[in-house]
Every structure is written in C-alpha cells, then in structure tokens.
Write a protein that binds this ligand. Structure first.
Ligand code: PLP
Length: 444
C-alpha cells in the first residue's frame, strides 16, 4: 500500500537552481524559498501509509476465524505458533503473548516482585504506559535523568534514586534506541533489583549482539496499531528464564498453573491478559516483513543522519557501541541558536509546511495531572509517608536533561523511513532550506 512519491518537485527544484547557478549543490533546492514563506514544498506526494494490509495474508487469517477457535486459554493454537517465532527472532528462551504492551508491563512488574508501596526507577522520556504500569501496582515510578545525547535513562543518575523501597529498574529503549544495559544491569545486580525492559518500541533492536527484550529479567513489547508489527492491539513478554516466563503465562491466564508450575492449580494471582488467536495470526503473517523493513529503516536512518549532521544546529542521536536502533520514530535534537533563534515549535511548523510530517516528541507529561491524582489517592497516601510523596513530587522539578530533551527534540514517524531514497533527500533539503532562511523565518 505504498503511496507513490512523485519526483516532480525534486526535478523542478533542481532545474530552477541550475538556471541561477553553475555550481549546483547536491541539494540544490536548499536555496529555494521555504514553503512557510510561500515557496514550493521540498516534498510532494505523501508518505507510506501505516498500518499496511497484504491480501496474501487473507486465507490464513480467514482460516482462524472459520476455525471458531478465537480464545487462546485452552489450546493456544496460533498464539503458540507466534510466540515460538517471536522468541526465536529475538534469541529469547521463550515468549508469552499478551493483550497489549501495557499488560505485558503490568505482568512483568508483578512477576519481578513489584508490590504496593515499592518504587521502580524508570525513564521520564517515554509513553505514559511505562509509568502507568508502575502506578497500577500502587508503586511509585521514580524517574532517572535523561541523557540528551541518547534520549534514554542516564545510568549515572540511577544509584542516587535507590531507596529501601526500590525493587526494580524499568529502562525504556525509546524510539528503538537501546539503553546502556551493561551499566543498568550492573547497578541492578549490586543492589539486588529486578530489570524489566520496556522494549515496546524496540522489536529487533540490538545491544552488543543481543536483542532488546533479552537483556534484563523480562522484556515487554507492543503490537498496537502504530507499532512496527501491528495487530490493532497486542503485546509480548520475552526473557531468558523459563521459570519467570511461566509465572508470566500464569498471570495473564487468571493465575492458572502452567509449565514449571503444572498441577498446582491457580497458584498465583492473575488476570485475563491473553492474546486472541486472530491477533496472533495477523502478527505471524508479518514476521518476515518486520525483519525486512527493519533493515530498510536502518539504511534510510543512516543516510538521513549522514545528511542532517552536516547542518549546523541539527544533532542526530547517539546509541551504545555495537548496538543497532530500530527507529520507531526518527529523532534529532534542534539547536535554535544555530537557526537565528527560530523557536522549536516554529521550526516544526516550517518542516511540516515542506511536506515533511514531524512532531516534537514527548512532553513533560509528569506535570499533566496524572501524578497529582495518584499522590492524592487514598491508596498512595496509605502506602507512602506525606514526606516521601512531597519529595517525590518535588523531584520532577530537578530531573536533569529531560526538559531540555522535551523542548528541543524533533521526530519523524517510522513509516517515513520506508520511503524511497529520494524522499530522504527531500527531508535533508527541507531542513537545509529552513536553515538557509532561518533569519527570515524567525522574523516572520
Ligand atoms: C506502545 C508503548 C507501550 C504500551 O503498549 P500498548 O500496546 O499500547 O499498551 C508502552 N511503552 C512504550 C514505550 C510504548 O511505545
């Protein structure tokens, strides 16, 4: 379902530049007037739509509906098939499919031993499902600092946040950028903490030769509609311990004993967080596609980084050595000082006007009211002292790096990285144009 990208705008731009200059720079259209000031957009013709549908999946998926076996509680059927493939893909010992990424996180935190009144150290730069899952356990999500160069949690800030209530660290491989897991795991080991990875944006992400989701005790994935392997909703837990995974499988299946725990009845609390068989069929059909497209996104991201980093004030992100991101969003940081003070929001509007869809990434969501509501609740007030809750709320003001990241990041959606190479050139051209005309744009 790839929408055609017309090359007409690029050709027209190049011809116009050639008429006025003998030495045509590579992205000649950079000299053109920005679209926000009435010029022609750098990119025309739309972008790759998401999610995608392939008619070749239809017979297999229809079979599942016709089988009338839609629930995975008894015989897991398609769910088991997908779990096996997904575990193999990630080099995990096993995989437990769930109803969503959120329920994968809730399950993993429970199995990791996080209980009411505990604390979990996590990243503030994430989708709010990460810390909502902690709040659901009636535990406090305690934020680490954000490293502006990587957008992930700064390992140097973790130890100072540990208290006698801390049970786990919940690193987030945000946008598919792997966290520095060796350092995080070393701190966890030293303080006897569990590590649950939020890999909900990091399918096939690699850290030092191993896949995200297999680096801590348990790893959580999402298959929600916007994600790289979508099924409307859906999630998975991966790991290297069969015992922990069996506990997860019991928890998502109302506490029923399974695997290691066979025969002992409902031995644990639990809920119904099961994946449906037709979700699994849709996911199974997309495994090869995920592998193929991950490489396309990587190649286009590398190309974009090489082009964008030449532009003063544009700072692509960094990630750990020997590691490979998967780019759920493609982010870079924007330095307005190199753009004559053109504000971040206006830079984004100017880029959008060029036909390049983009946004500002996550905001400082901890000021939105969710935490005030939690802190004011009867449960949290019973579980934590007034002093602890006051200091906790105050700590949001002192987070290093996160405000800066929220105020300076620019993001583009993953499906844009599936477009033709010429479309990547359009993105680079658009930013060059804005840079070349930033003084006018700042005044306009
Ligand atoms: C999508 C996402 C989740 C939640 O997944 P759902 O499947 O939407 O419940 C959690 N964490 C991160 C970082 C996500 O991107």
């Amino acid at each position: 379902m790839r929408e055609t990208i017309t090359r007409r705008s690029f050709v027209a731009g190049a011809a116009a530049a050639a008429a006025t200059s003998l030495a045509v720079p590579r992205h000649a259209a950079a000299a053109d007037k920005p679209a926000l000031l009435g010029g022609t957009p750098a990119h025309k013709g739309g972008w790759v739509a998401w999610p995608q549908w392939d008619a070749s999946w239809e017979p297999g998926i229809l079979d599942v509906f016709r089988s009338r076996h839609w629930c995975s509680a008894g015989a897991s059927g398609k769910v088991g098939e997908f779990e096996k493939a997904y575990a193999q893909l990630h080099g995990a010992k096993g995989c437990v499919a769930t109803a969503s990424g959120t329920t994968a996180l809730i399950t993993s935190l429970y199995v990791a031993g996080v209980d009411a009144g505990d604390e979990v150290i996590t990243s503030p730069y994430t989708f709010n499902a990460t810390y909502n899952a902690v709040l659901m356990q009636k535990a406090l999500p305690v934020f680490a600092d954000t490293d502006p160069a990587t957008l992930t949690m700064d390992p140097d800030s973790i130890e100072s946040r540990i208290t006698d209530r801390t049970r786990a660290i919940l690193p987030v491989h945000i946008y598919g950028l792997p966290c520095d897991m060796d350092r995080i795991n070393a701190i966890a080991k030293k303080h006897n903490l569990a590590v649950v990875e939020d890999a909900c944006q990091a399918w096939l992400g690699e850290y030092k030769g191993r896949k995200c989701g297999t680096l801590g005790d348990l790893g959580c994935f999402s298959f929600q509609e916007s994600k790289h392997i979508p099924a409307g909703e859906g999630g998975a837990i991966t790991g290297m311990s069969i015992e922990l995974l069996d506990r997860c499988r019991s928890f998502i299946n109302c506490g029923r004993a399974t695997g290691t725990f066979k025969g002992s009845g409902c031995f644990t609390r639990g809920s119904n967080f099961r994946m449906k068989t037709y979700q699994a069929a849709l996911l199974f059909a997309q495994v090869e596609k995920l592998v193929r497209e991950t490489e396309v996104r990587r190649a286009n991201a590398d190309y974009l980084i090489a082009g964008l980093k030449q532009i003063p004030g544009i700072h692509p992100v960094r990630w750990p050595e020997n590691s490979r991101p998967v780019w759920h969003l493609f982010p870079f940081r924007y330095d307005a000082a190199e753009f004559h003070g053109l504000p971040h929001g206006k830079f984004i509007r100017a880029l959008q006007a060029e036909g390049i869809p983009c946004g500002g990434g996550y905001s400082e969501q901890y000021f939105d009211g969710m935490f005030d509501e939690a802190i004011a609740s009867r449960g949290f007030q019973r579980l934590f002292s007034p002093e602890r809750l006051k200091a906790y709320r105050q700590s949001f003001q002192d987070l290093k790096g996160n405000r800066q990241v929220c105020q300076t990041t620019v993001t583009m959606y993953q499906s844009m990285l599936l477009a033709e190479r010429s479309a990547m050139d359009d993105i680079i051209t658009a930013v060059q144009k804005i840079h070349a005309h930033s003084a006018e744009l700042a005044k306009a």
